[in-house]
Design a protein around this ligand. Structure first.
Ligand code: GLA
Length: 678
């Protein structure tokens, strides 16, 4: 295995650590922190995330002495560090002197100083200041032998409606459309007389203050917010790249956070990372909870151009911003950490090391909690995980997850769907529907990539694109080639309704996807919350009746064959599920929103037919299996995401007993086609 496989070859193992905020504490605690970090096998401290006021207490007066001393201590204790740039929270003097650096809300009122991520995305002063502090950090620490990565800012997010931002939006639109005629055509502005005759007439859209009737404008604003955030990040990261070109750059993403299309960040990050905070009360009652975490892990992995990623933050016990701060039950902590590793993470870290005595997060879980040192329950669990990672996981770092299945989750498809007025009002459930499709594979122990509509499909055997409402140019061609070459493609109701400008295709719904799917779509019946219907499936191994809610799209066959039909209303007997053999492959259309049991059985049967390998043949409900593949060695992870014990038989006949929330990791050597237990 080459060194390119690791997050950073300087520390080529699984990273275990987290946010460390020593500036909140007197220096007298720092040596004790080092002792405890060694004991907890906490190797990597993320520092500087919110340190600006301490690094630059007055304009142009910098004080790095405390950070020097923290870094020196970390080095002497044989620890490494990730260094963050501090832009998430500017110092108060800066907001006072340059109020333009503050964010403006959708009501066009500039916010007061405070909180965090409360800065203007386009203020020239803030751009200059954030670049300057980044430059100074890079000059001082960029060549430090213990620096593992740059962590740019913290959890980018939100929108900015300030005057700099609106001006930038108009520039962005001009560049995109070239002329107002092109923009008016794309936005269909003849409707309600919304035609623009000057770029200055265009403003940020959005409820409740702005334009809400033009879907193209709504989606462009989200694209622009994405590009603004990216531009902000690149400005900040440029001195880091220039001064320390060998140090990887990342930023902590937030899973499926809806406001930013993270795929635009992919080319600019050396590896990805995200902050995962499932509700530990909910995991007991909501079977989708750990599945959703798994989905976001796979999404984060696939957002990384190197497929290297880490869980930058999670809580070692509970999160104070949930309605109730449920604690992790015994075993859950280990489950959470090993689950991330099973999905390819090469780092698992916490927020935060030492619980803050005051302010917003004084009750948030930490490794060292109030009044405890190494005698705390949480500390001990962290320590046990740290020991296990050190003792058994070092070799896992650098291995890969290989998936034959891809589920498409696409921000732009979601934005267009959400912006459409109809076919129902309210949440159309894009994310839960994608997770439900993903779940079918998770339950079967089939590794999945979570990719976007613009990504390459050719490496997969099965691609599932739920509710791909707006499809980009070239997507239908890529799907057609994929299916022609033998792939299996599945898409659902409300897919391919519009082009990327949110304009319904001239030829009608499904537009350029009609040929490969062998159907055309005419209209959709949206059922109210109290109505349900059924479809009958026949001609598949899952024949039977399945419940339908919310959406019954009305499709017509051209070359496809019906595998399911509606059972009621004036469209009883019409096709509800189709397959179209196309070249060497098949394209399926699921026209109605069916019960979860259908989705699971249907996709699992297609996976079998497509010859997709399962890590383990048969799994109890709530238990999954994942695999990481290295050179001549594999690691099989059996993960029990339930509060009950279960037994799993591996392919080589081993019987594995899993306690509640247990994870078993088996290292196997690989030959060409067989797995042999070590
Ligand atoms: C986020 C932030 C952290 C901290 C945690 C608390 O992930 O990045 O600074 O506030 O939430 O859950």
């Amino acid at each position: 295995m080459t060194h390119d496989h690791f997050l950073n070859p300087r520390f080529p193992t699984i990273w275990h650590g987290g946010d460390y905020n020593p500036e909140q504490w007197p220096e007298s605690t720092w040596d004790e922190d080092m002792r405890l970090m060694r004991k907890a096998h906490f190797h990597v401290a993320t520092i500087g995330v919110f340190s600006w006021a301490k690094l630059e207490p007055e304009e142009d007066r910098y004080d790095f002495s405390w950070m020097d001393s923290v870094i020196e201590r970390l080095g002497s204790a044989d620890r490494y560090f990730i260094l963050s740039t501090p832009s998430a929270a500017p110092p108060a003097w800066m907001s006072r002197k340059y109020p333009e650096i503050l964010r403006t809300g959708p009501d066009r009122v500039r916010r007061l100083h405070g909180n965090r991520v409360n800065y203007s995305l386009w203020s020239p002063v803030y751009r200059e200041k954030t670049q300057e502090i980044a430059r100074r950090l890079a000059e001082r620490y960029g060549s430090h032998s213990r620096l593992l990565a740059w962590h740019v800012s913290n959890e980018f997010g939100g929108e900015d409606y300030g005057s700099h931002s609106i001006a930038a939006f108009r520039r962005w639109l001009r560049e995109k459309y070239g002329s107002l005629d092109a923009l008016n055509a794309a936005y269909w502005t003849a409707f309600w007389s919304h035609v623009y005759s000057d770029w200055e007439e265009i403003d940020a859209p959005g409820h409740p203050y702005g334009e809400t009737a033009i879907q193209g404008l709504a989606v462009d604003w989200q694209r622009f917010t994405t590009d603004s955030t990216l531009d902000f990040m690149l400005n900040e990261a440029s001195p880091l790249r220039e001064i320390s070109p060998g140090v990887p750059v990342t930023t902590n993403l937030m899973g499926t956070y809806p406001g930013i299309n993270y795929r635009r960040f992919t080319p600019h990050l050396d590896f990805t990372s995200w902050d995962s905070y499932p509700a530990f009360g909910q995991v007991l009652t909501d079977p989708n909870c750990w599945v959703t975490v798994a989905f976001k892990h796979d999404l984060t992995r696939c957002l990384s151009k190197t497929r290297r990623w880490m869980m930058m933050e999670c809580s070692p016990s509970s999160s104070n911003w949930y309605k109730s701060m449920a604690l992790k039950k015994p075993g859950m902590h280990r489950f959470e950490m090993l689950q991330a590793i099973a999905h390819g993470a090469d780092g698992v870290q916490y927020f935060q090391w030492r619980q803050s005595r005051g302010s917003q997060e004084q009750l948030h879980g930490a490794v060292v909690n109030h009044g405890t040192t190494d005698n705390g329950r949480v500390f001990r669990e962290v320590q046990q995980v740290g020991e296990e990672i050190d003792d058994t996981m070092a070799g896992v770092a650098g291995s890969r997850v290989e998936a034959e299945v891809a589920v498409i989750y696409d921000w732009e498809a979601k934005w267009s769907l959400d912006a459409a007025c109809g076919p129902i009002q309210g949440d159309k459930k894009y994310e839960p529907v994608c997770v439900e499709h993903y779940r079918a594979f998770w339950e079967a122990g089939i590794p999945v990539d979570v990719i976007g509509l613009n990504d390459d499909l050719s490496q997969y055997k099965l691609v599932v694109a739920p509710m791909a409402y707006a499809i980009p140019q070239g997507f239908a061609e890529r799907v057609s080639r994929f299916v022609e070459d033998g792939g299996t493609f599945v898409t659902t109701y409300l897919s391919g309704w519009t082009d990327e400008n949110s304009l319904v295709f001239e030829e009608g719904f499904l537009g350029p996807l009609r040929k490969v799917l062998g159907i055309w779509s005419e209209e959709i019946d949206a059922l109210d919350a109290n109505t349900q219907s059924q479809i009958r499936v026949s001609g598949l191994s899952i024949d039977g009746l399945f419940e339908v809610r919310e959406f019954c799209e009305q499709i017509h066959l051209t070359t496809a064959k019906a595998l399911g039909s509606y059972q009621s209303d004036f469209y009883a007997g019409n096709p509800a599920l189709t397959v179209n053999p196309f070249g060497a492959g098949k394209a399926y259309y699921v026209a109605s929103r069916n019960e979860t049991a259908f989705t699971g059985k249907f996709l699992q049967s297609l996976a079998r037919e497509a010859g997709i390998e399962r890590v383990v043949e048969k799994l109890p409900v709530g238990v999954t299996a994942q695999r990481r593949v290295g050179d001549g060695q594999e690691w099989i992870f059996l993960l029990n995401a339930t509060p009950n014990p279960h037994v799993v038989t591996t392919k080589d006949g081993a019987i594995i007993e899993l306690d509640p929330w247990d994870v078993a990791v088996r290292s196997v050597v690989t030959t060409e086609t067989h797995l042999t237990a070590l």
